[in-house]
Write a protein that binds this ligand. Structure first.
Ligand SMILES: [Zn+2]
Length: 218
C-alpha cells in the first residue's frame, strides 16, 4: 500500500485488470474487510480516472479493481471544468498518483447530443445539459467538416467525434494545469486517453503521454 509505481507500471496494472474483465475472469481484488480496514487511515490509489458517467463503464468493475485503487471523477461526456481540474490536481499533488486515465466510450449520449445539436431542427436542451454538452460541439463540427470535404455526407461519425473530444479533453487538462503538465514533463505522471468499447469491455488507448513506452510528446 505504500508502493510508488511508475506511470508505466500503473498503466500496466490498469491494462491487466481490464484484460481480466474482458476475458470474463475478474478477480474482484481489494473488496474484503481486511482491505477496508487497511485503508481506513490513508489511501494510496494507483491512478486517477476521469471518465464519462455512463452506467456501463463503472471504473472499478471494468478495470477489475477495488477499494483504494482508483481516484475517480466522472461526468456526462467527461468534460473538463473547475471541479474536475481541482479533483485531478488533488490526485496528482496530494495523493501522488503516477497516472491519469481519461476514459471516453462508444455510444456516448453526450457525444450524440453534441452531434444532434448541429442540426437546424435540433431539440432544445435544458440549460445545464447544454452547458455540459457544448464543449463537445467543436469536435463534432470538425468531424462534419472533414466528412463534407471527403464527400462522405454531413452526419458526423460518432466514434470519430468521441475520439477527437477525448484528445481535446487531454489538451485542455494540460493547458489548464501547469502543475499537471509539469508533472508529465518531469516523468512523474503519465496520462492515457482511452476509448472504452461497450460490447467488448475493452479500454483501447488512443493517447499516451509521459509513459516510457511512449514518452511525452508522443
Ligand atoms: Zn458517455
Amino acid at each position: 500500500m505504500t508502493q510508488t509505481l511508475t506511470p508505466d507500471q500503473a498503466w500496466e496494472r490498469m491494462k491487466e485488470g481490464n484484460e481480466r474483465f474482458v476475458a470474463g475472469a475478474p478477480r474482484h481484488p481489494h473488496q474484503d474487510v481486511e482491505r477496508r480496514h487497511e485503508l481506513a487511515a490513508a489511501q494510496r490509489p494507483i491512478a486517477a480516472l476521469f471518465g464519462c458517467s455512463d452506467s456501463r463503464l463503472a471504473a472499478e468493475i471494468i478495470f477489475d479493481m477495488g477499494l483504494g485503487d482508483l481516484f475517480v471523477v466522472r461526468n456526462a461526456g467527461q468534460v473538463t471544468g473547475e471541479s474536475i481540474m481541482g479533483t485531478l490536481e488533488y490526485a496528482v499533488d496530494v495523493l501522488e498518483v503516477p497516472l491519469i486515465v481519461v476514459l471516453g466510450h462508444d455510444e456516448c449520449g453526450a457525444v450524440r447530443a453534441a452531434i444532434d445539436s448541429l442540426q437546424s431542427d435540433a431539440p432544445l436542451l435544458a440549460p445545464a445539459i447544454w452547458r455540459q454538452v457544448s464543449p463537445i460541439v467543436p469536435a463534432a463540427r470538425r468531424v462534419r467538416q472533414e466528412q463534407l470535404d471527403a464527400g462522405e455526407g454531413d452526419e458526423p461519425n460518432a466514434w470519430r467525434v468521441g475520439q477527437l473530444h477525448l484528445r481535446d479533453t487531454i489538451t485542455a487538462i494540460l493547458h489548464s494545469s501547469e502543475m499537471i503538465s509539469d508533472a508529465v514533463a518531469s516523468g512523474k505522471l503519465g496520462i492515457v486517453g482511452a476509448n472504452y468499447r461497450l460490447a467488448e469491455g475493452a479500454a483501447v488507448p488512443d493517447v499516451k503521454l509521459g509513459l516510457a513506452e511512449n514518452p511525452a510528446g508522443e
